[in-house]
Write a protein that binds this ligand. Structure first.
Ligand SMILES: Nc1ncnc2c1ncn2[C@@H]1O[C@H](COP(=O)(O)OP(=O)(O)O)[C@@H](O)[C@H]1O
Ligand SMILES: [Mg+2]
Length: 384
């Protein structure tokens, strides 16, 4: 602990929130949507769909500033290394998706590690693996988490493995935000499969992940914390005794959406409540047994990928009602009243400001920027 921090802490009553010795300089790092810039002809039409609106950055900054911190926005582009040297932030609030390559969501964490600058959320390896849905599923399958049978296609011409039965689902292995996913992702025969797999490989310049089509309900489950989070959190009362906060489960009901049965980019882009938008139900109405499984698998999935502080795991049920993990989002979207995590936090009674500050404080404490809260702690939440 640095001495200034120690002095300040010693003036505090025992269970006061953990405070930094001085306000931090927090740089929000993100890639911003550029509507006015035409896309190059050799990239997919939905390139940049996962980038953020400048309004979201401003709201994140406003949330951080409520706690007294200085904030700035730095675009996560090729100028970032120089901008960071000039700006000298104490910590970066990272929501950057990165620019191209095979692990773009890991680019900014890798740069920050190189420059030894603290940052929020998951680190390099987790972000790199999580962007690759095939690698993620291999890790989960190895530890017996339920995933649909799958096969990765590199050309689209590979012989189909016998365990894969139609209908199948074809998606880019390394995208997010429903990019490359629409109603044609469901394929019913060999011809449709080949056509879609070739399209994904050539358009997205990456492997196509082919999976059993999971026809059941869809859920996304967010988790926050770590074993010692209650020592650093501004809200230790949110956490279970194991240090994790289980958010309520969100169900995505795509039955009447623009792309029935598929929560892809077009469906995600519909304004909530409008015709053609999926239904967002939080807390989802699920049997206690299923809820328990979803929460447990989300926690295991988060843990096995080494995700830090906050993530969201997507699920679908198979035709027999068994949950299967689809993917993990260690950089969940933070657009208020729109992104799944924000809807979930809202349903959980957690304000946007509190969510953002929690991500900052959990992150900062891993970089030794905060002294632990002194005991006594409030009792952990009782799990229902
Ligand atoms: N195997 C599958 N069976 C049925 N639907 C799927 C399957 N895989 C993905 N989907 C649908 O496609 C959507 C996007 O897939 P997902 O793997 O979550 O990628 P991302 O959200 O990163 O684009 C899911 O929310 C779901 O609606
Ligand atoms: Mg998803």
């Amino acid at each position: 602990m640095n001495p200034a921090m120690q002095d300040q802490e010693s003036d505090k009553p025992p269970s006061s929130p953990p405070r930094p010795a001085r306000p931090w300089r927090v740089a929000v790092l993100a890639n911003i949507k550029e509507h006015d810039k035409p896309l190059p002809s050799d990239v997919p039409p939905d390139t940049g769909a996962d980038y953020d609106y400048i309004e979201t950055i401003n709201l994140i900054r406003a949330a951080l500033e409520t706690d007294g911190h200085w904030t700035m926005f730095i675009p996560a582009d090729s100028n970032l290394p120089y901008a960071l040297k000039t700006a000298k932030p104490d910590i970066c609030f990272n929501i950057a998706e990165g620019l191209g390559g095979d692990a773009r969501e890991a680019q900014i964490p890798a740069l920050l590690e190189l420059l030894k600058i603290p940052y929020t959320g998951s680190r390099v390896l987790t972000n790199a693996i999580a962007l690759d849905k095939t690698l993620t599923k291999r890790i989960w399958r190895d530890r017996r988490l339920p995933v649909a049978p799958f096969q990765e296609f590199h050309t689209g011409e590979e012989p189909l493995r016998p365990e894969l039965r139609f209908p199948l689902f074809v998606k880019p292995a390394r995208e997010g935000t429903g990019m490359g996913v629409d109603a044609r992702a469901i394929v019913h025969n060999e011809g449709e499969l080949r056509e879609r797999a070739r399209y994904v490989v050539s358009m997205y310049k990456q492997p196509a992940l082919v999976e059993t089509y999971l026809s059941g309900r869809e859920f996304t489950v967010a988790i926050m914390g770590r074993p010692d989070s209650r020592l650093y959190s501004l809200h230790p009362e949110w956490y279970d005794a194991d240090g994790f906060h289980r958010f309520p489960i969100l169900e995505l009901d795509s039955t009447r959406s623009v792309t029935p049965g598929v929560y892809g980019l077009e469906a995600k882009a519909q304004s909530i409540g409008s015709q053609g938008a999926p239904g967002y139900i939080c807390p989802a109405q699920v049997e206690p047994d299923l809820a328990k499984k979803l929460q447990h698998y989300a926690w295991r999935g988060h843990h096995l990928l080494g995700a830090l502080d906050v993530s969201r795991v997507d699920f679908r049920l198979d035709s027999e009602g068994n949950p299967c993990l689809l993917e993990i989002n260690p950089l969940p979207g933070l657009t208020p009243d729109y992104s799944d995590l924000c809807l979930i936090a809202n349903a959980d009674g957690i304000s946007y400001t509190d969510l953002i500050l929690e991500i900052l404080y959990l992150g900062a404490s891993r970089w030794n920027m905060l002294a632990p809260r002194e005991i006594p702690l409030p009792p952990p939440k009782k799990r229902g």
